[in-house]
Design a binder for this molecule. Structure first.
Ligand code: GCU
Length: 619
């Protein structure tokens, strides 16, 4: 019988902000959608392609009151209605539209999605309409009523539709993937602008009082105390009973919620820490009155000591690879668990213990599956290249995406690093923008490392010095360096000496070269597999000499679409830096990196063995 520990309400200290007290502007989304009672809205939706946004604006660009979101039908032969969802296109949800219809391959603009569904209106449940991701911005309408907007293509959002559902309903979204100068990302980025309801949509049914959010983590500075919170919503008079159980630890706590619906607890237990070598997860059951959820949660510490990354008090070297959310076999944006498993299997075959999920938050299953497989995760928001750093609205957008990413994945022990940026220009506006974003990340979650991928640094006479001023504010310095591809010949990479202004770990967050899988030739012939493999060999020789290197995540696991890649015969709208082709065929460089990681892992094991087998001598 688990030990019952009486729990006391802990004074709400500022550092509790991780626990959902920081609500980014609006509502935070429901935690752990996978564990909820829900109705899927996936499947075929009807679609109207609307490049002039005619479904929302009239010819004078005034918003219509009777736009496409009304789903009007001709009631008499004299009626003039110039749209009809029922006699229009169809698109699969989840899925990008670009790879579903040839005419939409390069389409950027608005597409109206509509689906009808029946709902048994008898229950008095709370019902949320929950989207896991829609790229890039959307307006949502239920039964002709405007519910709201969402901006940002890679984080979940929801609307409370309790009391708005009928026996027969129609749900309409105006989805717009137009790139905007003030967007996050902005108008230029090196991946395909996959538009649409690219992740699953749900109707989530909840009881009157429900578990909205929760968090469990190792208490800062402690090795065996789990601190946690549960946030109730709906009808939440103070003193609601909440139980948290971790049966494997033989622990159960009974809590009483405060007047704000929050309850906090601490559990002392002998914990097996999560690590790539021991991806230990505990089943957690949380229940209150009418609601209960279960999750799998792990515990770790991650920190830096000088230029070394430490995981659970032991130095770790991050053997990684970068991954875009691009589906294998050319299927566009990832939409299935199987596609996630394929990508992660390739990463494991490489010998990775770490992955960089670039350049935006990936779907929740990818994160959960990576941690289950023992892959430490670098998770990132698309503050990429030349966004509008001087624009307050752009900052709000970036911060909102950061908070939504942290909120959704705060219980994912596999996440070790939050990245706030990729290859951003060294301007005063950018530094001010990112310092503020980093402050927000730290106050929201002080249990993970903060990082950013920086441009290649200032070089000269064979030296490269890391001196980007942003380095002062992040914990781990990501460096994207393309010696042998965007500069210098491969052999020259071996002679480069790196210097670090900061006593912090550097991660080579990107390195690599392009190759068309199956194209063979001399190792000095660009685009051949031999050339890519040679660039890897030379760069790996270079990085072996960097004594402040904490890890690497070469660019990139698999070839991915980008409209910036127009070299016919070779690229055909694919960035060819993948170690695997989009058809799942490994290139020569895959094995160069795999051998390097094997060598590292064996050396690591050797060092550990020596340490264990040869007891410390005195002094
Ligand atoms: C940059 C950028 C990537 C891009 C890569 C490339 O470093 O971060 O998003 O795809 O270089 O040029 O292939």
């Amino acid at each position: 019988m688990p030990k019952l520990i009486t729990v006391f309400l802990i004074a709400i200290l500022p550092h509790w902000s991780l626990f959902g007290k920081v609500e980014a502007g609006g509502e935070t989304t429901l935690q752990n959608i996978g564990s909820r009672q829900k109705i899927s809205l996936d499947g075929l939706w009807q679609a109207i392609i609307d490049p002039l946004e005619n479904g929302l604006y009239n010819h004078s660009l005034q918003e219509r009151t009777n736009g496409y979101f009304k789903n009007q039908k001709m009631e008499s032969p004299r009626d003039l209605i110039e749209y009809d969802f029922d006699n229009s296109y169809q698109l699969n949800v989840p899925g990008d539209w670009n790879t579903q219809m040839e005419k939409l391959y390069l389409y950027e603009g608005t597409i109206w999605y509509k689906r009808s569904f029946k709902y048994r209106t008898g229950d008095k449940k709370k019902v949320l309409l929950y989207f896991e991701g829609v790229n890039y911005r959307c307006k949502v309408y239920l039964n002709g009523e405007y519910l709201g907007d969402h901006v940002g293509g890679f984080t979940p959002f929801q609307f409370d539709v309790s009391g708005k559902l009928k026996e027969d309903n129609f749900l309409i979204l105006k989805v717009d993937n137009t790139r905007r100068r003030d967007g996050v990302p902005t108008v230029n980025f090196d991946w395909w602008n996959y538009g649409g309801i690219t992740r699953s949509a749900w109707l989530v049914e909840l009881p009157g009082t429900y578990i909205h959010d929760y968090s469990l983590r190792l208490k800062k500075g402690s090795k065996n105390i789990i601190e946690g919170m549960v946030a109730l919503k709906g009808n939440t008079p103070p003193g609601q009973e909440v139980e948290v159980r971790i049966d494997e630890l033989n622990q159960a706590v009974s809590l009483r919620s405060g007047k704000d619906g929050f309850a906090y607890f601490e559990i002392a237990a002998d914990i097996s820490y999560w690590s790539p070598g021991n991806p230990k997860l505990y089943q957690v059951a949380i229940s209150t009155g009418e609601d209960s959820i279960s999750d799998h949660v792990g515990f770790k510490t991650i920190e830096t000591r000088g230029s070394q990354v430490y995981l659970n008090d032991a130095p770790v070297f991050l053997r990684g690879i970068s991954i875009h959310e691009e589906a294998p076999f050319g299927a566009g944006r990832v939409t299935s668990k199987e596609q996630c498993r394929t990508l992660l299997r390739w990463a494991k075959e490489l010998g990775c213990n770490y992955i960089r999920l670039a350049h935006y938050p990936h779907n929740e299953f990818m994160v959960r599956e990576a941690e289950r497989l023992g892959l430490l995760i670098w998770s990132e928001i698309p503050v990429y290249w030349t966004i509008s750093y001087e624009n307050p609205g752009t900052y709000e957008n970036a911060e909102s995406q950061l908070l939504a990413m942290i909120h959704r994945d705060k219980n994912r022990v596999g996440i070790g690093l939050w990245s706030v940026a990729n290859e951003t220009p060294m301007t005063a506006d950018r530094l001010k923008f990112l310092k503020k974003l980093i402050r927000t990340a730290r106050t929201t979650d002080d249990s993970r490392l903060i990082t950013a991928a920086l441009n290649s640094q200032r070089g000269g006479n064979g030296e490269i010095v890391i001196d980007d001023p942003l380095g002062e504010y992040i914990d781990v310095i990501g460096i994207n360096t393309y010696c042998g591809w965007y500069g210098k010949r491969p052999a020259q990479c071996r002679d480069i000496v790196w210097k670090n202004t900061y006593d912090k770990p550097m991660i080579v967050s990107e390195m690599g070269a392009g190759a068309l899988q199956g194209l063979h030739g001399g190792k000095d012939e660009r685009w051949t597999e031999e050339y890519q493999a040679e660039v890897y060999r030379c760069n790996l020789d270079m990085i072996k000499k960097i004594d402040f290197l904490g890890g690497l995540s070469p660019w990139i696991l698999m070839d991915f679409r980008s409209p910036r890649r127009n070299l016919g015969r070779i690229q055909n709208h694919f960035n060819r830096k993948g170690l695997v082709s989009e058809n799942g065929i490994k290139k020569e460089a895959f094995y160069v990196l795999k051998d390097f990681y094997k060598e590292l892992e064996d050396a690591g094991k050797q060092k550990k063995m020596e340490k264990e087998n040869y007891p410390k001598t005195g002094g």
